[in-house]
Each structure stands twice: as structure tokens, then as C-alpha cells.
Design a binder for this molecule. Structure first.
Ligand SMILES: [Mg+2]
Ligand SMILES: [Zn+2]
Length: 267
């Protein structure tokens, strides 16, 4: 048996994923809010005056008052469809030879929603870390979500979550902990709050915006004014993204990167 310490160091890659509208094909918060009848939604003025987290706190209180159980909320989350091809993409990256890819999630959803969905789709073990707002059901069954952190320095990001800062911290921490130096970082997302981490990427990294969604539109409209060093891969599905990543890394190819013709893409 070879001594592990004698093995040459593998060049590692980090893939950071947004969650809502990137891995799952909807917004976890609004899906849960939509359990309420429309005339029971909180007023939109809460969003403008107190922010999205307060709005959702009101949604959770209303659901609780209407006797929606934690299980009914969990079931609703489990039922959200994947963006077609993403379950396959995540498994393929996770199972890449020599564990070449580390996968993380950076999301403004919350720990309850994300872990529930990943568990329902057999993906829990794929991720090295999940960075999102901590959440819990209290003894009474009411859902509470806390801010991930509180920041005021980054103007591109909300006060409760700067994805760029989280990405930088993670990379620095891995470097200190076990000397991991990522030779490439790939960032996959769709929304306005994914611009901050994309602008932290270096030359040789890859930004992967969902085609025709907010992040893609923003980059397309303002690229000449941005300090954007990463390459860009646009995608409409996980199948398409996997195919493009295989073109850049043949070790990911197991010969069936194309979209299956017969297999249903729903979970
Ligand atoms: Mg998103
Ligand atoms: Zn930021």
C-alpha cells in the first residue's frame, strides 16, 4: 500500500452554488409564503421598511397561526423541483476522480429549507459546507430565521449576507487549515446577490450565471464598467452546465454528459 503522504498533491477546485433559482427551480421563501391565501400575505410595506427577513418572520407567524405544522412546511420544500439536471450535476462533481471538487452552498435561504431539500434528493453528503441563515422550529412549531451575519461594508450585498465575504473567508480558512489552494473557483448563481462573489473571482476562475436571469442581465449590461476577471459560462440547465464543465475538465466525463432522452428530469 502506498503511503498517502507520498501521493502527489491533487489540484483542487471549489464550486460554490447559490440555492434558490439555481439548484431549486423556485424561491424557497415565496414557495412557503404561498401556502397562505393571497389575502393573508403580510403587507409589502414591511419589505420596504424592515426588509425581507422581517417580512418572512411575519409569514412564519401567520402560517403558525393558521396551524401549518413544521412537517407541512418541510413537505412543501421537498416538493420544489430541481433546475433540470442539477441533481446529476452535483452528484457528478461530488464523485469526480480524486475528490477534485469541493462543493459549497452560499444562500440567503435558511438551514431548515436547504437541508430538508438536499436530504429529500440524496445530496446531503455532496457539500463540504453550507453557508446560510440559521433557522429552527421552536417547541411551539414556529419557524425562526436569524441573519447569517451583520455587515455594512459591502454595498452590493444585504446586511445579513455578503456572499463575497463568505467565499473569501472559506478559501482563506481552507488554506490555513490544511494548506488547500484552489487552482480554480467556479461560482454558480442567478441573482443580484451573486454579483459580489463573482467580482471576487480571479483570472482563470469561472462565473456561471443562469442565462436571462438577474445576474446574467447585470453582467451583460455593465461588464465594461466592472472589474470582472473570471471567464463566463452561461447555462439554462444543469445538463448544459455539466456539458460545458466537461469540455474544460475531461476527468468529469463518464460518457453520458448529454441530456438524457428518456429519463424524466423531474425528481
Ligand atoms: Mg438565487
Ligand atoms: Zn458583498
Amino acid at each position: 500500500m502506498a503511503n498517502c503522504k507520498m501521493l502527489p498533491r491533487v489540484s483542487r477546485r471549489l464550486v460554490a452554488f447559490d440555492f434558490d433559482c439555481t439548484v431549486v427551480d423556485d424561491n424557497t421563501d415565496t414557495v412557503v409564503r404561498d401556502l397562505l391565501p393571497v389575502d393573508k400575505f403580510p403587507s409589502d410595506t414591511i419589505i420596504h421598511k424592515q426588509g425581507w427577513q422581517e417580512y418572512m418572520a411575519d409569514v412564519f407567524r401567520r402560517l403558525h397561526k393558521q396551524c401549518y405544522s413544521p412537517q407541512s412546511i418541510r413537505d412543501k420544500i421537498r416538493g420544489i423541483p430541481e433546475v433540470p439536471g442539477f441533481v446529476r450535476l452535483l452528484k457528478r462533481l461530488h464523485q469526480a476522480p480524486e475528490n477534485k471538487y469541493d462543493l459549497i452552498i452560499i444562500s440567503d435561504s435558511n438551514t431548515i429549507f436547504i437541508t430538508e431539500w438536499l436530504e429529500a434528493h440524496g445530496l446531503t453528503n455532496c457539500f463540504e459546507s453550507i453557508f446560510t441563515n440559521p433557522a429552527y422550529f421552536d417547541n411551539d412549531g414556529l419557524l425562526h430565521v436569524r441573519p447569517y451575519h451583520h455587515q455594512t461594508e459591502c454595498k452590493l450585498s444585504a446586511s445579513n449576507l455578503c456572499k463575497g465575504k463568505i467565499l473569501e473567508h472559506f478559501v482563506a480558512k481552507r488554506n490555513l487549515r490544511d494548506n488547500t489552494q484552489y487552482e480554480r473557483i467556479i461560482y454558480v448563481g442567478d441573482g443580484h446577490n451573486d454579483l459580489c462573489p463573482v467580482l471576487k473571482l480571479r483570472q482563470g476562475d469561472i462565473a456561471c450565471p443562469r442565462r436571462d436571469f438577474a445576474l446574467d442581465k447585470k453582467i451583460t449590461a455593465h461588464r465594461d464598467k466592472m472589474d470582472l476577471r473570471a471567464d463566463i459560462i452561461k447555462w439554462k440547465s444543469g445538463f448544459e452546465l455539466l456539458k460545458q464543465l466537461v469540455e474544460r475538465d475531461a476527468t468529469l466525463d463518464d460518457g453520458d454528459a448529454d441530456e438524457p432522452k428518456s429519463e424524466s428530469t423531474k425528481q
